[in-house]
Design a protein around this ligand. Structure first.
Ligand code: S3P
Length: 442
């Protein structure tokens, strides 16, 4: 877990950003590849794994529950699974650090095993709501003992055999969907998740890839019905993790807002449940070009080139939100540079991410000279039409990697430097971010 010592950094403009970079492996896919490999019978190999703190928290937890997980090279990992139903009782509390995905998915996994586990995390994670997983999992017979507000520290007492459930998601959350499906793996019968608003589908794809019996049906209303046959036997796999589109969004927006820039990010995951950010930037007039499109390990992948562009404000339809939920902080930076007004709504979920991202972005952007209005469920931004940010402010990152990286990007086109009070949280998802940014500056 990252050190408690804050590490401030200042980001200043240095002219055009140019070059070709690779971003680390997709965080969502990395977590799932470790979890499913740990549940397969036999040895799986993963390459391109994101070696960020969040994913390492998942690795440590799966080890504590019996899997053998070993790093064999850069991004290369070997996992010997215990088999579905074979998780062992962890001997100490599972420290999830800053990682909501690790916590929520593992709560589901533990719920259908005859073990109990205590989950702890950092100050940010300990404020995040867990009822969204506790509610469905309680219907299976698992028991929970959470801190006030349904928060961490939290104890799960799993049950085996658990009761299979059919659950309609009340919030559009891939984490909740995945927790239920992972619990369903060791549950007799069919576990069903009904998903009115589609969210990232990496769990469905990977479960099918590991040999689980899973069907997805979309009804006439566009509602997805995901059904998983329990007591599954997972077969070990070789997985190549594509680059994280959420991480790629940072150099891409940096190029779009910085005059004279041209940046290519290679090997980026293009799963349509994740690419809302690129579609919205293109709708604003962004010069974005895709090449080398291919499929890697069941996920579409491409190289993306972005050039400095005169962006125009747009209204972002709320239904796009799930496909760019983690990209709003850096999207707000792009919108602040556009000509005209950008309106966003339906973003209540941003208030319960690693930080309250609507509040932090509104405060930080205002401090660097942006005109905006904060609403309960979104921001309305009046862009500068390409005028640089004033800068000259110190931004609180509040243990949120994406807040820190968004203001680092804003600093690339600011009159005075933008100081971020603590960039250490960047290591949760993008440990090479500062080196990558530096490599693009000439
Ligand atoms: C994730 C789902 C999203 C996203 C998070 C990763 C996942 O969270 O914000 O960074 O890997 O399933 P929600 O499911 O809470 O929207």
């Amino acid at each position: 877990m990252h050190s408690a010592q804050p590490r401030p950094a200042t980001f200043t403009a240095s002219g055009p950003l140019r070059g070709t970079v690779k971003v680390p492996g997709d965080k969502s896919i990395s977590h799932r590849s470790l979890m499913l490999s740990a549940l397969a019978v036999g040895e799986s190999r993963v390459s391109g794994l994101l070696e960020g703190e969040d994913v390492l928290a998942t690795a440590a937890a799966m080890r504590a529950m019996g899997a053998a997980i070993e790093r064999t090279g850069e991004g290369e990992w070997r996992i010997s699974g215990v088999g579905v139903g074979g998780l062992l009782q962890p001997q100490t509390a599972l420290d999830m650090g800053n990682s909501g995905t690790s916590t929520r998915l593992l709560m589901g996994l533990v719920a259908s095993h005859a073990i109990s586990a205590t989950f702890i995390g950092d100050a940010s994670l300990s404020k995040r709501p867990m009822e969204r997983v506790i509610d469905p999992m309680s219907l299976t017979g698992a028991e929970f003992n959470a801190s006030p507000g349904g928060c961490l520290p939290l104890m799960v007492r799993g049950i085996c055999p658990a009761v299979p459930i059919s659950y309609r998601l009340p919030v559009a959350s891939a984490q909740v969907k995945s927790a239920i499906l992972l619990a369903g793996l060791n549950t007799p019968g069919i576990t069903e998740v009904i998903e009115p608003v589609p969210t990232r589908d990496h769990s469905e794809r990977m479960l099918a890839g590991f040999g689980a019996e899973l069907t997805v049906e979309t009804d006439v209303q566009g509602v997805r019905h995901i059904r998983l046959h329990g007591e599954a036997e997972l077969k070990p796999q070789n997985i190549e993790v594509p680059g994280d589109p959420s991480s790629a969004a940072f150099p891409i927006v940096a190029a779009l807002i910085t005059p004279g820039s041209e940046v290519t990010v290679t090997h980026v995951g293009m799963n349509p449940t994740r690419t809302g950010i690129f579609k919205m930037l293109e709708a604003m007039g962004a010069d974005i070009h895709y090449s080398n499109e291919r499929v890697v390990g069941g996920e579409p992948v491409a190289d993306i080139t972005a050039r400095h562009s005169a962006l125009k404000g747009i209204e972002v339809p709320p239904e796009v939100a799930p496909s760019m939920i983690d990209e709003f902080p850096v999207f707000f930076v792009a919108a602040s540079m556009a000509e005209g007004r950008t309106t966003t709504s339906g973003l209540d979920e941003l208030r319960v991410k690693e930080s309250d991202r609507l509040a932090l972005m509104a405060t930080g952007l205002t401090m660097i000279g942006v005109k905006l209005e904060e609403r309960e469920d979104g921001l309305i931004l009046d862009g500068s039409g390409g005028e640089p940010f004033a800068g000259g402010a110190t931004i609180a990152s509040a243990l949120d990697h994406r807040i820190a990286m968004s203001f680092a990007v804003a600093g690339q086109n600011a009159r005075a430097g933008i100081m971020v009070d603590d960039v250490s949280p960047i290591a949760t998802s993008f440990p090479t971010f500062e080196v990558m940014l530096q490599s693009l500056r000439r």
